[in-house]
Design a protein around this ligand. Sequence first.
Ligand code: TYM
Length: 327
Amino acid sequence: EPRVFSGIQPTGIPHLGNYLGALQSWVHLQERYHTVLYSIVDLHSITVPQDPGTLRQSVLDMAACLLACGISPAQSCIFQQSQVAEHAELAWILSCLTSMPRLRHLPQWKVKSQRQNNEGSVGLFTYPVLQAADILLYRATHVPVGDDQVQHLELTQDTARLFNRLYGDFFPIPKAIMGTSKKIRSLRDPSSKMSKSDPHKLATVRLTDSPEEIVMKFRKAVTDFTSEVTYDPEGRPGVSNLVAIHSAVTGLSAEEIVGRSRGMETAQYKLAVAEAVIQKLRPIREEMHRLQKDRGYLQGVLRQGAQRAKEMAAPVYDSVCRLVGFR
Ligand code: TYM
């Protein structure tokens, strides 16, 4: 039986990269599959320091955002990771199957530990093991994520294979499902991905940005000195990122976009992309603002989600304990 699992960190309002790389496909997948779980991964978020009050609010904001994007609590199980204790418990078992060198080369550790003077926490280091536990705890078969999570998924697959080899065939090997756009880049620096933690305010378009903010961010987007619109991610990453965003929000292919933009200067084209993004985000932003006022409803969705997730996780974790020899 196929099962879909994915997660997002509650570290602020999601951006266009999260939406186009992952959330948009989360919405489609709930129509196609019977068992679908989306987790707000608060355990992962504390691998870098978080203020408790802000974290509490961010979990509710993320729940509002997932609902506003079109994820339905009737079709998908939306829950807060820390409310299902088995995530951390399974992570411990899997961490004993994972070697230190295997983790040392993963991108998240390299980038984020550098930002902490190469003195990142043990949790930051074992972050991908917890992610493997998230996925395997539901014996998930499909994991919709953006391009930046591919290496984490490979680790999950390796861990599942090793477990199966040691203890008998138990976990399905989960497959990544890539979103419409694998990787959306920063509007300020097309060599890096769009990221929630980017210190540059104009680099990242959040799903709740006002039309004025969106126009300003696209107007200032870094491109190059050629004024035509072409799609060439290697040679012209800045303009190509705009085409990729435009394509993902309109559903047109990159070729169609380029065809329709013939004769336009990049300055003009940036405004066309901004307009398409504004149209796409308007209903999400409005619904988000409506939902954010209803904390009781959001808490209810999360409470029910956690209960259902727990019902699925408990028997799997119980089997793991038997296989390992704890029972
Ligand atoms: P997170 O919270 O950083 O991002 C959530 C999702 O958004 C995708 N994404 C992007 N896609 C395209 N372009 C971008 N610039 C971009 N930035 C982010 C991510 O690929 C992701 O799909 N480790 C995960 C959370 C996680 C998880 C899991 C995911 C924890 N456990 C289990 C899947 C399964 C993360 O930090 O995502």
